[in-house]
Design a protein around this ligand. Structure first.
Ligand code: FES
Length: 161
């Protein structure tokens, strides 16, 4: 369940970043990187502030933030679960894994739990089809994933309710 809590964002955290890059041409990407390190993602208010401070059109700031895969415009959880739903993984059971995530944690692909513990993302082929279905939890690849292993991993590694 994605929750937009950008009202709680402390924009003053950007002050130091703007000071650091004040006189630097081409600062947009490093400023976006620092902002994402600070907030975990790039909230709309932060993008607007960056546009104002760097005197760059907001459309250009959005254009860059959406072009690069390293930037996230949605809040993300402390833990990231990626499930592969490419053909091999789909056939071998990813839909069952997705159903159990929904049943146990009320999470669908692209969503972050309300407590901000877990984000679920779908990817399409990780190049490890022989290990289908493949999950990647916080960067660790886990092949031949089963429902109970997935649920136990999430319960053990996160504080999700
Ligand atoms: S389809 Fe999932 S790893 Fe290739």
């Amino acid at each position: 369940m994605t929750q937009d809590n950008h009202n709680e964002i402390d924009l003053s955290l950007m002050d130091e970043i703007f000071t650091q890059y004040r006189h630097q041409a081409g600062a947009l990407i490093p400023v976006l990187q620092k902002a994402q390190e600070t907030y975990g993602y790039l909230p709309p208010d932060v993008l607007q502030l960056i546009a104002r401070q760097l005197k760059i059109p907001l459309s250009k700031v959005y254009g860059v933030a959406t072009f690069y895969a390293q930037f996230y415009l949605e809040r993300r959880g402390r833990h990231i679960l990626r499930l592969c739903d490419g053909t091999a993984c789909h056939v071998k059971g990813t839909p069952i894994l997705l159903t159990s995530l929904e049943d146990h944690f009320h999470l669908q692909p692209g969503e972050t739990s309300e407590d901000n513990e877990l984000t679920v993302e779908i990817v399409y082929c990780l190049g490890s089809c022989a290990l289908a279905p493949v999950a990647v939890f916080d960067g660790k690849v886990m092949g031949r994933m089963k429902q109970n292993v997935l649920l136990n991993t999430i319960k053990k590694k996160t504080d999700i309710n």
